[in-house]
Design a protein around this ligand. Structure first.
Ligand SMILES: [Zn+2]
Ligand SMILES: [Zn+2]
Length: 321
């Protein structure tokens, strides 16, 4: 860091501080992030409960911002009939009750530190460690996910928020749905979080000005690493997806869980893959994060005492390298 008033800019754009795993040591996790220079953290919800916890955390910690939303795997929580129907192997079309939990999200969206709707999307991955014991990935399940996603895109538009998209093995359903429900207000304010290594996703993202979220798995996943080499730096934001996706070399040492303090490892991996300086990647992904979540430029305090708290962000001067 060469400029006196540039405070560390690193930003974890996707971190589940709202999960049980962090319940008992949240303050330590945040302190360790600050020490590592990670002063901004976005905490996405995955259901109503974790969305509420995310909003509470954003109240408690200055650099923590919230996203609220229902993850596609939790579609059962808003459409309980679907789960019952699946168990009975009924094939009738899903009736989406719009008066259920989606309304709860609206109450959270008016909070000033809620910057996005997320994480929302489509997911065709068969999870084994899940509370929905007997669920199957079938037409009804995906149809319900689609309905829920459309509802939540509408919320992002209505409340003028950014959009965090989760996609797992569902590209062929996701891209047409986004195309159909797209609004230019989402341009530059949407991210494919933990983006699958797929050139079609990249092309779509380029066309619609969507950011690509990069995680610690680029330190061990060859396909992901190759993919990231092809994505322009101006499209990248970094995330830990804590407590998941622990990057190397911590993964070998089994230093679980992943934490936002590990964001520098993701930036370092990008800089190695792209053969450019850590500082350059840091600066670009930070500016990208500010734009993605429409955060105001932050003029940091010159009082060094404040460097130990989460203080917000500001755009670095262009002449730092
Ligand atoms: Zn996700
Ligand atoms: Zn997530």
């Amino acid at each position: 860091m060469t400029s006196g008033d540039v405070i560390s800019l690193m930003f974890d754009t996707h971190c589940h501080l709202n999960f049980k795993r962090f319940k008992d040591n949240i303050k330590d996790v945040v302190d360790r992030a600050i020490k590592a220079g990670v002063t901004g953290i976005i905490v996405p919800g995955t259901d109503i409960h974790t969305s509420k916890v995310s909003v509470e955390l954003s109240n408690q910690y200055e650099g923590v911002y919230s996203a609220v939303g229902i993850h596609p795997h939790h579609v059962f929580s808003v459409i309980p009939n679907l789960f019952r129907d699946l168990n009975k192997k009924m094939l009738k079309p899903v009736q989406h009750d719009k008066n259920l939990d989606v309304k709860e999200l609206e109450k959270l969206l008016i909070h000033p530190k809620v910057v996005a709707v997320g994480e929302v999307g489509l997911d065709k991955f068969q999870y084994t460690n899940t509370k929905y014991q007997t669920y199957q990935i079938n037409t009804e399940f995906i149809e319900a996910q689609k309905q829920l996603l459309v509802e939540q895109i509408k919320l992002a538009l209505k409340y003028d928020k950014s959009l965090i998209i989760h996609n797992r093995e569902a590209k062929s359903d996701l891209l047409p749905l986004l195309e159909k429900n797209w609004d230019k207000k989402l341009k530059g304010k949407t991210v494919f979080h933990c983006c699958e290594p797929d050139l079609e996703l990249l092309e779509f993202a380029q066309k619609y000005d969507i950011f690509i979220g990069v995680d610690g798995d680029i330190t061990y996943g060859i396909e992901k690493a190759e993919f990231i080499k092809k994505v322009p730096l101006e499209m990248l934001v970094v995330e830990t997806d804590s407590p998941y996706l622990l990057p190397e070399p911590l993964r070998k040492k089994k230093e679980y869980p992943n934490e936002p303090k590990n964001i520098p490892l993701v930036i370092e991996a990008i800089s190695t893959l792209r053969k450019c300086s850590f500082e350059k990647v840091e600066r670009i992904v930070s500016v990208n994060a500010l734009q993605l979540f429409q955060l105001p430029e932050y003029k940091g305090s010159h009082d060094s005492k404040h460097n130990t708290s989460l203080i917000g962000f500001h755009i670095p001067s262009k002449n730092t390298t």
